[in-house]
Design a protein around this ligand. Structure first.
Ligand SMILES: NC(=O)c1ccc[n+]([C@@H]2O[C@H](COP(=O)([O-])OP(=O)(O)OC[C@H]3O[C@@H](n4cnc5c(N)ncnc54)[C@H](OP(=O)(O)O)[C@@H]3O)[C@@H](O)[C@H]2O)c1
Length: 294
């Protein structure tokens, strides 16, 4: 039996949706089983034959984390440690989701899994500490780092930008941070591949959609596709580029956080999709929540 933790979040809800669609047996929990409480976790597994634990829960508010470091640590470091310890006890494998923000972003070529982490904010630091806690306490783990995630269920950049373009004459978007967007549907289906293969070596993997773009590039494509699909009614909204310095945020973000996808593609024998194709799938679906863009 598969246990999805954080099953109501953006990624967790998509994993659960795809598991149901494929008739794969699972149980899902969210804040009802608090990952910071080892006893609550232990109580939950009693009498259940858990083979995989997929942890999608996290403290994901990157800016808020800067002034809420203790709580971010509890969720992003202590929680994963508790889950890893429990996985060890019940002989379950753990799949844990991490982030490109464990890197400092000074690189010029895609980050590979073996490059040293050097987070520049609280969120990235606590996520890196969570990864380390898992490696220390469990052998049978997969840590999957992703980036720029968007999915049908949840607040995310795509919904935010469409809503902004529908309600303003211009939007200002940073054009000096490079990364790769990731559609939660793509990541969820890759995670399910891990469940179905018994011979994938344990360790850390990077998984995003293919492409290397800025937030400004992303917004231009969202506008193009959004207008074509009638999701953006204000075709004349200007998408103006700006620098990170012109758009200050409480948390510093890596300037370059493209993750190399070579290892995961080679190991699983898959070709990850191009970000523009995945964006189309996201926008075109009946699962797209139109009330979020008004
Ligand atoms: N979003 C991105 O752009 C992005 C980028 C890179 C990596 N990631 C990583 O991808 C993973 C999934 O992200 P996401 O955006 O899907 O996250 P999300 O939407 O914020 O979902 C996280 C879920 O965990 C729940 N949760 C919070 N505290 C909990 C606790 N103590 N015990 C159990 N559950 C708890 C949350 O409930 P509440 O909502 O009620 O708090 C929420 O349902 C995370 O590990 C994140 O770090 C995300």
């Amino acid at each position: 039996m598969i246990w999805v933790i954080g099953c109501k979040g953006m990624l967790g809800s998509e994993i659960v949706r795809q598991l149901s669609e494929r008739n794969i047996n699972f149980v899902g929990t969210d804040i009802d089983v608090d990952i910071t409480d080892p006893q609550a976790l232990a109580e939950f597994v009693k009498g259940k034959d858990i083979t995989y634990i997929i942890n999608c829960s996290a403290y994901t508010a990157v800016d808020k984390a800067e002034s809420d470091a203790d709580f971010a640590k509890k969720l992003n470091e202590d929680g994963p440690r508790n889950i890893a310890n429990l996985a060890n006890q019940v002989h379950a494998k753990m799949i844990h989701i991490s982030t490109d923000y464990v890197f400092d972003g000074t690189g010029k070529v895609p980050y590979t899994e073996d490059m040293p982490v050097a987070p520049i904010g609280v969120y990235g630091r606590t996520k890196a500490a969570g990864e380390a806690a898992i490696r220390q306490n469990l052998k049978e783990y997969y840590i999957i780092r992703t980036a720029w995630l968007y999915g049908w269920a949840g607040k995310n950049f795509v919904y935010t930008m469409i809503k902004a373009m529908n309600n303003h004459d211009s939007v200002k978007v940073v054009n000096d941070q490079k990364g790769s967007p990731t559609f939660a549907g793509d990541l969820a289906s890759v995670i399910i591949k891990f469940l179905n293969k018994n011979d994938v070596p344990y360790g850390t993997y990077h998984c995003t959609d293919l492409g290397e773009i800025t937030w400004w590039d992303f917004t231009n494509e969202i506008k193009k596709q959004g207008v074509e699909l009638g999701l953006i009614t204000n075709n004349s909204c200007l998408v103006n580029p700006c620098t990170t310095d012109e758009y200050p945020t409480p948390a510093k973000r890596p300037a370059y956080s493209v993750l190399s996808k070579d290892k995961i593609q080679k190991t699983l024998g898959i070709q990850l999709p191009d970000w523009k194709i995945s964006l189309k799938e996201f926008l075109n679906s009946e699962l797209f929540e139109t009330e979020r863009i008004k």
